[in-house]
Design a protein around this ligand. Structure first.
Ligand SMILES: [Zn+2]
Length: 461
């Protein structure tokens, strides 16, 4: 008995020296507490399972009192901790944070707390205080216990984190979070994407391979879609003569789109939603739209008629973002300006003659996005092809989240982001965070754009 008492006293002193527990009690008080708990057999009857239940209760009680959403136990986090905590060094908590984020890249912010004590029950109070310091954006928790001091002390590690939702346009529309988890469709690199809440269109660029793998834009109801999903299969009841040459059909459709869609950069009634994208049917009904609206209108119709067509998004000269349509027919590529008047059939707008002002960055048709295989490479209109498989990599953004998936994640939707200073121990945001490519500029100044072709002067004929 005497031997055990000495051991316990030694243990209490060492625990204090370790500095991991915020002890306010004296050594003798602690020792007597341990003694009484040990002798009463409480530590044996108080199982890890009871500790788990009490811990989650206490953490959430503190959060509910502070009007914060409650935390859910994350089995993935629990599993990682059960595997790693027995041998985990706790001298550098930032390193612990990094390890967790590497293993579970969905975690954006992490708050970590550890405590040691003679019994599991004695640890609960330590974590209660920690709970009140976790931010409102935190969603999940995990924890693990290990014995130290040859079984005389219990040490627990509690991790509270903001587990990000998987990016999808549906989730973006619903949850309006500041960050999402995503995985590059080109190189599979997992990373965090940050969103500015007032963006109407955005591209997801991989921080690893620097390639864009999805572009989304808000429709008129402020719901985001992958841009290719604006091509809904427009099929107006137009009748084409069976004998009409394909080139005539192409230009007839161009003429119809120009006639039915007045170019506008200030769509009046839509006001604050000026950057909202329209489907072909909406553009036809409204009778106006900006460059991407008319490009979608034209491309959608051409696709319905069996043309090999794509909407191109990129830059036009110094004017910034722009959208146009490209069509390939009989090995000839046409560049169609949907904001311009009908092209001259005697001097068709051949893409290779369009000059250096059109610089495509991404393209899309109904199902796929096409991105430059070598990001950052210059565009030479006379040599580069809009339809070359070498120049362009085809990707289907919907592979990120098949249609059935997005709505199942509703329950974990969260509210406002947490200010970092509110976290007890806040990890730096994941370095893989990628900014969204800014496409808001697309419709600007389009009214003065001209097709830089020699045919310009002949248009009045
Ligand atoms: Zn990548």
């Amino acid at each position: 008995m005497l031997k055990r008492l000495i051991l316990w006293s030694l243990f209490a002193g060492l625990t204090l020296a370790g500095g991991l527990v915020a002890h306010q009690k004296g050594v003798w008080h602690t020792a007597s507490l341990i003694l009484s708990e040990r002798l009463s057999g409480e530590s044996r009857s108080y199982s890890a399972m009871s500790f788990r239940v009490d811990l989650v209760d206490r953490l959430n009680y503190a959060r509910i009192a502070a009007k914060m959403p409650d935390l859910k136990v994350d089995p993935d986090l629990d599993e990682w901790m059960a595997t790693n905590f027995p041998t985990l060094a706790l001298d550098d908590m930032d390193a612990v944070t990094r390890k967790i984020q590497e293993a579970l890249p969905r975690y954006y912010h992490l708050s970590i707390c550890t405590a040691s004590g003679p019994t599991l029950k004695s640890l609960l109070a330590e974590f209660q205080e920690f709970a009140s310091k976790t931010g409102p954006g935190m969603t999940h928790l995990g924890f693990a216990i290990r014995e130290t001091m040859g079984g005389l002390s219990q040490q627990a590690l509690v991790v509270v984190g903001q587990r990000l939702l998987d990016f999808s346009p549906e989730i973006l529309s619903e949850s309006r979070q500041e960050a999402y988890f995503s995985r590059c469709l080109h190189c599979k690199h997992p990373h965090i994407v940050r969103v500015s809440l007032n963006q109407h269109s955005l591209g997801l660029e991989c921080p690893q391979c620097r390639r864009t793998y999805a572009v989304v834009a808000a429709d008129q109801k402020k719901k985001f879609r992958y841009v290719n999903e604006f091509l809904t299969g427009y099929a107006p009841p137009a009748v084409f003569s069976k004998d009409i040459a394909r080139i005539n059909e192409l230009f007839t459709i161009c003429g119809a789109v120009h006639g039915n869609c007045i170019y506008t950069r200030d769509p009046g009634q839509r006001k604050e939603a000026t950057d909202a994208w329209q489907t072909s049917l909406e553009t036809q009904q409204i009778g106006q739209g900006d460059c991407e609206d008319s490009a979608i209108y034209l491309c959608d119709w051409l696709l319905t008629r069996g043309f090999q067509a794509r909407v191109a998004l990129g830059r036009y000269g110094d004017l910034g973002g722009h959208a146009w349509v490209v069509v390939r027919m009989n090995n000839v590529e046409y560049l169609l300006e949907s904001t311009e008047s009908t092209p001259d059939i005697n001097d068709p707008p051949i893409a290779s003659k369009a000059g250096s002002r059109y610089v495509p960055e991404v393209m899309f048709d109904r199902f796929a996005l096409y991105v430059r295989s070598t990001p950052g490479q210059s565009w030479r209109s006379e040599a580069d092809s809009y339809f070359s498989n070498k120049t362009w990599t085809r990707i289907e953004p919907r592979e990120l989240n098949p249609a059935s998936e997005p709505l199942t994640r509703k329950s974990t939707a969260e509210s406002a982001p947490i200010p970092p200073e509110k976290l007890a121990r806040t990890s730096a945001p994941n370095p893989a965070a990628a900014p969204f490519m800014e496409l808001e500029e697309i419709p600007r100044d389009a009214a003065v754009w001209r097709m830089p072709l020699p045919a310009q002067g002949k248009k009045g004929k």
